[in-house]
Design a protein around this ligand. Structure first.
Ligand SMILES: CC(C)(COP(=O)(O)OP(=O)(O)OC[C@H]1O[C@@H](n2cnc3c(N)ncnc32)[C@H](O)[C@@H]1OP(=O)(O)O)[C@@H](O)C(=O)NCCC(=O)NCCS
Length: 195
């Protein structure tokens, strides 16, 4: 079993596993049409509970170290949304992803934890390549992925029914390349600042 204490922490954010008590919070997030515009549309309580049980909770023990976690503001301990490092449905590819509640957009939070998750995936879990997909018009998320050091490489579609036969923007980066950039980024930082 992977040591959960190794989940990444950033200057402002931390992650924790979901549990069934988070259903109300997740329902709130899934009911906001702005939040859900590019992640499959709003989900009702039954759909959210099914997702929480089958896709989130059951996934942890089957895939040590990977998952979809609640993202917390370390100062207030309030949830701000979720981040994930998990398999693209039906694929062997590992993806990074995030969904934040609207009050927390535009503060750099998605990027901050995405960078920490990429480092965690490449260093702790030794994943060789990490990917991401976004809806084609989701320019905000595409900008986050580029800032986090992934590279756009065309478009892809996937057979799993959850993807409804649609085409997505495809992002990828190999461990060696990303870690070389990360070392440069860390060494360019003033002393005392964390990434
Ligand atoms: C996408 C999302 C995660 C971004 O979160 P965030 O914390 O605001 O992201 P950050 O603050 O780290 O960075 C956002 C960047 O994108 C830019 N941006 C935002 N909307 C944009 C748009 N429509 N077009 C281009 N750039 C955009 C911002 O200016 C910012 O760039 P900057 O730091 O260079 O100024 C957030 O809006 C969200 O949760 N949306 C709903 C769920 C979702 O779409 N998830 C992604 C699924 S692939």
């Amino acid at each position: 079993m992977h040591d959960l204490s190794e989940l990444p922490i950033t200057e402002r954010l931390s992650l924790r596993r979901f549990d069934l008590h988070d259903l109300d919070y997740l329902c709130e997030l899934h009911a906001d049409p702005d939040v859900m515009r590019y992640v499959g549309g709003v989900k009702d309580r039954a759909q959210t509970e099914e997702m929480l049980r089958d896709r989130v909770l059951a996934y942890y023990d089957a895939n040590p170290g990977l998952g979809c976690w609640l993202t917390l503001d370390r100062a207030t301990r309030e949830p701000i949304g979720l981040h994930m490092l998990n398999h693209i449905r039906g694929e062997t590819h590992i993806q990074v992803g995030y969904v934040l509640a609207r009050p927390y957009w535009g503060l750099g939070y998605a990027t901050e934890m995405a960078v920490a998750l990429l480092r965690y995936g490449f260093v702790q879990l030794r994943v060789q390549q990490i990917n991401a997909i976004t809806d084609l018009p989701n320019l905000g998320s595409q900008h986050v992925l580029t800032k986090a050091g992934l590279r756009r490489n065309g478009e892809r579609s996937f057979p799993h029914p959850i993807f409804r036969g649609e085409t997505f923007a495809w992002f990828e980066r190999d461990a060696e390349d990303w870690l070389a950039d990360d070392r440069a980024r860390l060494s360019a930082m003033p002393l005392g600042m964390s990434a």
